[in-house]
Design a protein around this ligand. Structure first.
Ligand code: NDP
Length: 291
């Protein structure tokens, strides 16, 4: 059996079109153009690529982008001042601070200052709390995108077991909340979990968010499972060139799984699409409407 490959790029592109249509509707009805501010401090090349992709997506979605590229030596006070200015700007509905920040800047302090109503990344403790009690707020983009992909394959997770490998605040923990909301029976595994392969083998839905190239092998996967590979790892091929791989050994896993996301082209594009979706949600809420 060979797994269905879940085409995250296509799902994300379809979402971009839906977002554009809904953004145009909001502009026609209320004169509001959804706006996303992106703050990048320093010259980290990976961060620069992420920010460029996010800004490109705003154009595809009819979202206005406000880009702030600040030098690596920018002080914490300057970044905090910028966040306050953006909190007060009615044209800005989403604020994203690209992590990691240079070491002189306390990222918790910066993220904590973002108005929870503009927290497009969903990292503010207020939004973390709203998610955990099941109230509307902002859901972090990667888990939100992963949940949409799972739903495309299996809309109802009642009676299903889900295993999330990884317990970070930005992926693993919010993913657990979303899977619980979908009625899955959820296990969270991490670096202290005993017999990880056996735990993974219990999963009807397996989400890998570890950051270790191809760690999850084909024989860790329950036949027919849905496998969502969040990992993005750059490795060197024998010819010395770099390539991206996930946390799952894709070639082995696709022979066992029922459906699997590729890397690249799976969760990555969905993360960006959900950033756009969060910004759109926020713009609608700013006029007292829901999408
Ligand atoms: P973190 O480093 O914050 O968390 C990694 C988690 O994996 C931790 O909970 C850690 O456990 C666990 N872990 C590490 N090693 C093992 C192991 N050997 N066995 C079991 N668990 C282990 O990473 P993130 O959550 O931020 O990111 C995870 C991956 O997802 C990365 O590759 C990242 O690049 C990618 N990513 C992709 C995105 C996308 O858009 N596709 C967006 C965000 C991230 P412990 O807590 O015990 O240390």
């Amino acid at each position: 059996m060979t797994a269905t490959i879940i085409d995250g790029k296509k799902v994300a592109n379809d979402l971009h079109e839906e977002i554009r249509a809904k953004a145009e509707k909001l502009t026609a009805s209320h004169g509001v153009v959804p706006g996303l501010a992106v703050i990048l401090v320093g010259e980290d090349p990976a961060s620069a690529v992420y920010v460029r992709n996010k800004v490109l997506a705003t154009a595809a979605c009819g979202i206005k982008s406000f880009e702030f590229k600040l030098p690596a030596e920018t002080s914490e006070a300057e970044v905090l001042g910028l966040v306050e200015k953006l909190n007060a700007d009615p044209e800005v509905h989403g604020i994203l601070v690209q992590l990691p920040l240079p070491k002189q800047i306390d990222s918790d302090k910066v993220l904590g200052l973002i108005d929870p109503k503009k927290d497009a990344d969903g990292f503010h403790p207020v939004n973390v709390g709203l998610l955990s009690v099941g109230l509307p707020g902002f859901v972090p983009c990667t888990p939100r995108g992963s949940a949409i992909l799972i739903e495309k394959v299996l809309p109802d997770l009642s009676g299903k077991t889900a295993v999330v490998v990884g317990r970070s605040n930005i992926v693993g923990k919010p993913m657990i909340q979303l899977l619980l909301q979908k009625n899955a029976t959820v296990t969270c595994a991490h670096s202290r979990t005993a017999d990880l392969p056996a735990v993974c083998r219990t999963a009807d839905v397996l989400v890998a968010a570890v950051g270790r190239p191809e760690m999850i092998k084909g024989d860790w996967i329950k036949p027919g499972a849905i496998v969502i590979d969040v990992g993005i790892n750059r490795v060197l091929k024998p010819d010395g060139k770099g390539k991206l791989v996930g946390d799952v050994a894709f070639d082995e896993a696709k022979e066992v799984a029922g459906a699997i996301t590729p890397v690249p082209g799976g969760v990555g594009p969905m993360t960006i699409a959900c950033l756009m979706l969060n910004t759109l949600d926020s713009a609608y809420r700013s006029v007292g409407a829901e999408i």
